[in-house]
Each structure stands twice: as structure tokens, then as C-alpha cells.
Write a protein that binds this ligand. Sequence first.
Ligand SMILES: NC(=O)c1ccc[n+]([C@@H]2O[C@H](COP(=O)([O-])OP(=O)(O)OC[C@H]3O[C@@H](n4cnc5c(N)ncnc54)[C@H](OP(=O)(O)O)[C@@H]3O)[C@@H](O)[C@H]2O)c1
Length: 289
Amino acid sequence: MDFCIIGCGRLGISLSVFLLKQGFVPRAFSSRSPESVELAIRFAGRGKGYENPSDAAKTSPLVFITTPDTLIEPVCEKIALEGGFKSDTVVYHLSGALSSSILSSAKKTGASTGSIHPLQAFAPYVEGQKSPFKGINISIEGDEKAVELGKEIVNALKANSFTIPTHAKTVYHASAVVASNYLVTLEHFALELLKQADLSEENAYEILEPLIMGTLGNIKKRGCMNALTGPVARGDDVIVSRHLSDIDQKLPQFSGLYRLLGQYTLDIAAKRGEISSDAQAKLAALFKF
Ligand SMILES: NC(=O)c1ccc[n+]([C@@H]2O[C@H](COP(=O)([O-])OP(=O)(O)OC[C@H]3O[C@@H](n4cnc5c(N)ncnc54)[C@H](OP(=O)(O)O)[C@@H]3O)[C@@H](O)[C@H]2O)c1
């Protein structure tokens, strides 16, 4: 199936290289700069460059808008206005935070619309590199036709697909942010505490790493609820109270964060039903702001 790329950056180029290997053919490229278009054609070894994205879109039944997130909607509107989409065109963007509803201008022309979001951090494509899509998880959302074709595309990329409803795209993306970005925040917090024990950041990470990896392994094996260990899970308010008095004194900037995380952790521990109501009440009082 022929496709075109609007926005020849990290995703645009990687998609064209790795979809081509699976029978999808990049027919047209358009971008802000001619240099990026030339680079994409060189890496893909196929396709033609177009200054106007609408002309590029007209060449193919499959259109990927891989511009930065804020430009997807206006670029799509421009193509729609200039008659770049046909009724059998399927248009996708690859943003995690936005749904296919931002492609409504294409939908109004009769095209199908969807979003495909690879849960992966992409670097600029380097010639001969391994596929960054292989084995990763990719969400698909959109109308029926876009979801069905989306599954074929993800399959061709040798990735795993899962579908989500359009209205859930924002919470889906918030989940990815918590799972990845906030994990970094959490580990940064842990390292700041350990630095108080006169350890350098590098040493502190090495010391914590087996614990971090072991915990991730336990979540995978037993689920979050059963992976929880430590003083909150044991209902040990004496230890928690000692943590808090030290943090309040030495690192007061973390007092609120420790309490907030403690409250959420206590909810998990309470749901497991292994700590007494007395311990729960004592811990809840300690975690109060
Ligand atoms: N990178 C990741 O890790 C990642 C992961 C998952 C999803 N995504 C999503 O993938 C999409 C693309 O991200 P990316 O990382 O590939 O971005 P990127 O590397 O910055 O590439 C975006 C490309 O769009 C081109 N562009 C800018 N304005 C344009 C316009 N008006 N018309 C046509 N092309 C234009 C840029 O221009 P030039 O011609 O100047 O090069 C650039 O090559 C985004 O929706 C992003 O959320 C990215």
C-alpha cells in the first residue's frame, strides 16, 4: 500500500524506512525544509518530495502527519482545504497526547482518521540501525477503518497493538507520563535522600539499582498490590514517624512529597487488608499535611 509522510523528522523517517521493509511503499514526502525531505528520500530509497503537503497527500491512500503535535491540526486543515484527501484516504498522526479528533477536517472530507502511538522514545534515524518499532507496544485509536488498517501497520512493524477509545486518549497519555517520567522523578527523590548519607549520585544509584530492578520484577510477577513491601505495608508507624522527623528537619522540601506518596501507599496497603485499623489510623495521621 502506498503512503506519504508529512513531516520528515524522527518518526516520519523511521516509519518510512521500516514500513517499506514490510510491503508498504513511501510514495511522497513533504516537510518544512527541503533538506529533511531529501534525507527521508535518501534513507527510504524511494518516493518523491513535494513542497506542498496537499500534493504529497494526493499521491497516497495512506497519510501520516508526523509534524510536532501543535502543527498536526493546522497541517491537516490545510490539506483538507486544498482537497488533498480522498474519501478512501486513511489519515493518521502519531501523537500520544492527542486523539484522532484533531483530524476532524480530514474526516469532514470523507477520509478515515486515527492515531497510532508508539510507546517508545525515538532518536533520529541512523542508516542501518535496528528497528525501533520491533517488539514495542503501540496504541491505536480512531474510526473502524483506521483501527483495522492500524493493526496491519503495527503488525508490519513487528510491534504489538492495542486499541483504546478516542475519549480515553488523554488519560492513556497521562498514564504513560506517570509510568515513565514520574518514575524518574521518584528515583531522583530517592537519590536526593541517599545523598544525605554522603554518597555521590552515581554511587547512590548503583546502591539502589538492584532494589529498583527487583521491585519492577515483583510488579511484573505479582502485580502492584502484592509487590508492596516496607514499613507502610507492615503498618509500622514508628519507622515512618522517624523518616518524617528526619526529612522535616534535613530535607523539608521533600516533606510534602513523602507524605503524599505515603497516603497513596497506605491506600494500597489498606486494600490488601493486612494491617490493623489502629496502624492505618496512626499512619494516616502521620501522612496528614
Ligand atoms: N520522538 C519520539 O520519541 C516520539 C514518540 C512517540 C510519538 N511521537 C510523535 O511523533 C510525532 C513526530 O514527532 P518527532 O519526534 O518525529 O518530531 P521531529 O523529529 O521534530 O519531526 C517533526 C518534523 O516535522 C517537520 N515539520 C515542522 N513543521 C512542519 C510543517 N508545517 N509542515 C510539514 N512538516 C513540518 C519538521 O521539519 P523539518 O523539515 O524542519 O525537519 C520535522 O522534521 C509527534 O506527534 C510526536 O508526538 C514522537
